[in-house]
Design a protein. Structure first.
Length: 183
């Protein structure tokens, strides 16, 4: 457990619009005995705790419905990383998701620098024929201007494609973030 210099759990927030696949991604990451057979939309938020690749995670799966998005900001100061899940096939709402990212990046609170927090983007639902690829999503979201350490991965939460590689990147970035916070 010495990966982060302590035995504490690493908190990660999963955000994105409703129906983007956040709960399905979280379900994929959980151990087999804790997986849900049926995934239902999250109302408010759910906290999941599990061990993934030797790291203990407290994951806040936040509802993406419009009336719950204002809750996201209350969880930012306590997290070591953000996973932003995007429905790559929902072209009509990509601009809404981009606006939510802008709101997230403008969040400021004493002793919290969102600018150094690693953000993993899952361009989800790549199995659908009308899905935008990672480069197109990156362009829409203007990720080239993002100062945060970030990565965008094409994923399919139903099969798990791309999720492990993305989480490995996030764990490495969280380690760097933790060291910079403690120095």
């Amino acid at each position: 457990m010495g990966l982060f210099g302590s035995k504490s759990k690493q908190k990660v927030i999963f955000v994105g619009l409703d129906n983007s696949g956040k709960s399905t991604v979280v379900n994929y990451l959980k151990p087999k005995k804790k997986k849900n057979v049926d995934i239902v939309p999250t109302i408010g938020f759910q906290c999941e705790q599990f061990l993934y690749h030797g790291v203990r995670f407290d994951v806040f799966d936040m509802s993406g419905q419009g009336n719950y998005r204002n809750m996201w900001e209350y969880y930012y100061p306590d997290v070591m990383g953000i996973v932003f899940v995007i429905d790559s096939a929902d072209k009509l709402r990509l601009c809404v998701a981009k606006n939510e990212l802008d709101t997230l990046l403008s969040f400021e609170k004493e002793d919290f620098d969102v600018g150094n927090l690693p953000i993993l983007f899952f361009a989800n639902k790549m199995d659908l024929t009308d899905a935008q690829n990672a480069a197109e999503i990156g362009q829409i979201f203007e990720l080239h201007d993002l100062r945060n350490p970030h990565q965008i991965m094409e994923t399919n939460a139903l099969t798990g494609k791309g999720i492990d590689k993305g989480m490995d990147w996030l764990i490495g970035q969280m380690r760097i973030y933790c060291k910079s916070k403690n120095s």
